[in-house]
Design a protein around this ligand. Structure first.
Ligand SMILES: *Cc1c(COP(=O)(O)O)cnc(C)c1O
Length: 475
């Protein structure tokens, strides 16, 4: 490598770390930043320029490596290191349970409960009635049983863990009968067959992809059968020439053969959505009534609570799950427990649940309300830049998401935005990089924001973002 004269002069201009430290510690702005953070940022910035000078110095001008310019860059870098990386975003996708965007938002009541338990000591494993050690699960078990009608309940980290734990408890080195039509992959590479294999259970597949009959299950039963498993198809449907065995027939077969029947409901809803004009999705209560011995479902899908896996069912079976040493590794923390308990408590009154739980509120939001939100946002955006923004109000559909209600496509109202002189990809990127980020989608030449999932507090941020976009364009 040849060191040109320009490189040499740039390198000479680049201050040493000692010089940087001496300079920065005199700056007021740095007094709020931990010393090791800005020193580290200083090292990184110098290293960046040393490398850049040696490799492509033609892009660098002398002023950039002067201490005044470096100081600002170091400040920016330090600020960046100090700012949280997990941040709120505006969900304008219309996908209510969006796994990449954190699935369910919690109710205010649940977040209050979390704060209370987080800031103070709690009776997490202390039985206040006798003054002795108690069970971590007792606070939530009672309310889960009351709401679902189950005999006993247990909670773990997520539904994947719930399925794993059940299989490990009942079917290690034994056979689990499952229909070929239910060997699903949920996303995030959660594949039912893989989970079963990992848990040490032996997969006994029956039927075909599109048709499985009760006789297929019956013929597969042997002395090594531990469990009959039914899995909710969650994110897909088989249509056409199909048949699957309903839970009640599996329950009858299980009783006759003395084999427990387990159902992985996936999302699991406590509310019959058909009452509110959406498609019917079997409820957790239905499965309990039908007589499944073990049922598992997620805490943060349609339930609208925190990430958790809920296991309910027959008390003898739940007790043996509680005794499995694995539960210790999959155990739920106190913050989640608080949120889960208060989420379930809201279901004591279904209307209250729909009012307070954001996931339910978004899913069941009347179209008129969404349309009003769209009109209002449209008006404000037009005030910001009616000549540069071309806004269309579009009637599109939202999705439930999260492997929940796969056929759920409810009518919604969206804004489709075009900005003069800015490509739709640039708009999407600008919105994604905004603070807080605004996540929409591109359809055709438009940036689409579905108002179903846009919260009231989000509107202001959306306006700010478009204001900044237009200002940046004008300057
Ligand atoms: C989503 C889902 C899971 C996984 O649940 P998590 O709570 O995300 O771990 C398992 N089974 C089915 C059928 C699902 O839909």
């Amino acid at each position: 490598m040849t060191i040109t004269i320009k490189k040499q002069s740039l390198l000479q201009k680049l201050p040493s770390i000692d010089r940087i430290i001496e300079y920065c510690q005199k700056q007021d702005a740095f007094s709020q930043i931990p010393r090791n953070v800005w020193i580290d940022s200083g090292r990184k910035v110098i290293e960046h320029y040393r490398h850049a000078i040696l490799n492509d110095s033609h892009n660098i001008i002398e002023d950039q490596v002067g201490i005044d310019s470096l100081y600002l860059q170091i400040y920016e870098k330090a600020k960046q290191i100090l700012s949280p990386k997990l941040i709120r975003v505006v969900n304008a996708t219309g996908i209510v349970v969006h796994t990449n965007l954190g699935r369910s938002c919690l109710s205010h009541i649940s977040t209050q409960h979390i704060l209370d338990v987080a800031l103070h000591y709690s009776n997490l494993e202390f039985d206040l009635s006798v003054g002795k050690r108690g069970s971590r699960y007792s606070s939530v078990e009672a309310i889960i049983c009351q709401i679902t009608g189950a005999e006993a309940a247990m909670v773990v980290n997520n539904n994947a863990a719930a399925v794993m734990l059940c299989l490990d408890t009942f079917a290690r080195d034994k056979e689990v009968i499952i229909s070929r039509g239910e060997l699903v992959e949920i996303g995030g590479s959660f594949r039912i067959p893989d989970v079963m294999t990992k848990s040490g259970a032996i997969l006994k597949e029956v039927g075909t992809t599109n048709r499985t009959r009760v006789i297929d299950y019956e013929k597969a039963i042997s002395s090594t059968t531990a469990l009959i498993l039914k899995v909710h198809k969650s994110n897909y449907r088989i249509i056409g020439f199909t048949s699957e065995v309903p839970l009640n027939e599996l329950v009858m077969l299980g009783k006759k053969s003395n084999i427990p029947v387990m159902e992985d409901l996936g999302s699991g809803t406590l509310i019959d959505f058909s009452k509110y004009g959406l498609i019917y999705e079997p409820t957790v209560q239905d499965s309990v009534k039908t007589g499944a011995d073990i049922i598992t479902f997620s805490g943060d899908k349609l339930l609208g609570g925190p990430q958790a896996g809920i296991i309910i069912g027959n008390k003898t079976l739940i007790d043996s799950i509680k005794r499995n040493p694995f539960t210790r590794a999959l155990r739920i923390d106190k913050l989640t427990l608080a949120a889960l308990e208060s989420t379930f408590r809201l279901y004591l009154d279904e209307y209250q649940a729909i009012r307070e739980i954001p996931t339910l509120r978004s899913l069941l939001q009347p179209i008129e309300i969404i349309a009003t939100k769209a009109d209002q946002l449209n008006q404000v955006l037009n005030q910001i830049g009616s000549s540069e923004l071309q806004i269309d109000i579009l009637k599109l559909s939202s999705q439930a998401g999260g492997g929940a209600l796969p056929e759920f496509e409810v009518p919604s109202v969206c804004l489709g935005i075009r900005v003069q002189g800015i490509s739709v990809n640039q708009i999407e990127k600008f919105m994604r990089k905004h603070s807080p980020p605004i996540i929409g989608r591109i359809e055709g030449e438009r940036f689409i924001m579905d108002l179903r999932t846009v919260q009231e507090e989000d509107v202001e941020y959306i306006c700010q973002a478009f204001k900044q976009l237009l200002e940046g364009k004008r300057s």
